[in-house]
Design a protein around this ligand. Structure first.
Ligand code: C2E
Ligand code: CA
Ligand code: CA
Ligand code: CA
Length: 274
């Protein structure tokens, strides 16, 4: 895989060197605890209560500092190493939930997985084993899959989503509207939720077409019985524009930034108030 990856790295020498420093470090980083999860609340639009958190990965690289998953996840996927990372993330989240459960905090957590995980064939069994081991209920888990890659092996993806649903795990389509999938295809995915991509949010107030796309996307998603989450809400203006559009959940720095498990526990009381 390493050799395969070396032929994939792009860009100038500096950027190639950086990509290799990231990938070559991965096994050690996992072993030494350089990776960790942060949690960002999702709130109901109607009463502002935190109903779920999304787990987001961070990597404090020994030389490069804190890396964004937007940089390292695509590299890890290309290097064929996403499965280990996803399994690690699921372990982190589910064992954290077991701790929260003991202190009376029952919280659904959404985990970002790659389409490669979804079509691997063992995902559902792996998840069930982890939930069982930590005595965490399947309903406490939700999976977010990015729309753009879902069509690569649609049949397998649909089968896995169906199995996850049977087990009791929720599934959401992430970055809704950015992929090349048409809604005609999306109706085949028995998911619970779609998350509308931030790209549409940012133009909402300045571009009437973005507003129109947004309204239509929400209407279509609702028509297919999907719950709608809008993420990346940064300003009061955008938040106000979103009310009365049929949005179910909102997420963004305006309400709460991604935080450590400890910070989440500390602000939990506040997040429960409407
Ligand atoms: P995503 O799943 O679409 O996650 C939303 C991203 O938007 C997160 O970036 C989040 O921190 C950021 N965000 C949330 N609210 C705001 C806001 O108000 N303003 C702005 N500007 N940004 C906001 P992050 O954490 O850097 O993650 C980037 C992407 O990396 C994620 O996009 C997801 O696709 C991927 N990712 C993150 N964690 C994992 C993971 O554990 N596994 C996998 N496979 N992918 C992950
Ligand atoms: Ca996500
Ligand atoms: Ca997203
Ligand atoms: Ca994304």
């Amino acid at each position: 895989d390493k050799y395969f990856f070396a032929s994939y790295v792009k860009g100038d020498d500096v950027s190639q060197h950086r990509q290799l420093s990231i990938i070559n470090r991965l096994p050690k980083a996992l072993a030494l605890g350089e990776l960790y999860m942060v949690y960002q609340p999702k709130l109901t639009l109607s009463d502002g209560r935190c109903v779920q958190v999304e787990a987001l990965m961070r990597w404090e690289h020994h030389q490069l500092g804190v890396l964004s998953p937007a940089e390292f996840i695509p590299l890890v996927e290309c290097a064929g190493m996403i499965k280990v990372v996803s399994q690690w993330a699921l372990d982190q989240v589910i064992s954290q939930q077991a701790k929260w459960k003991q202190s009376g905090l029952h919280l659904q957590v959404a985990v970002n997985l790659s389409t490669q995980d979804l079509i691997s064939g063992t995902l559902c069994d792996d998840i069930q084993a982890k939930l069982h081991r930590h005595k965490v209920d399947a309903s406490a888990l939700s999976i977010e899959i990015t729309e753009s890659t879902l069509m690569d092996d649609m049949e397998t993806a649909v089968q896995t989503i169906k199995r996850l649903k049977q087990v009791g795990v929720d599934v959401a389509i992430d970055d809704f509207g950015t992929g090349h999938s048409s809604l005609a295809y999306l109706k085949n995915f028995p998911v619970d939720e779609v998350k509308i991509d931030k790209a549409f949010i940012d133009d909402l107030l300045v571009d009437s077409r973005a507003l129109h796309i947004m309204k239509c996307s929400i209407e279509l998603a609702k028509g297919l019985a999907f719950k709608v989450t809008v993420e990346g809400v940064e300003t009061e203006e955008i938040y106000l524009a979103l009310t009365n559009m049929g949005v179910d959940k909102i997420q963004g720095d305006l309400f709460a930034k991604p935080m450590s498990a400890k910070e989440l526990e500390e602000s939990w009381g506040l997040l429960q108030q409407s």
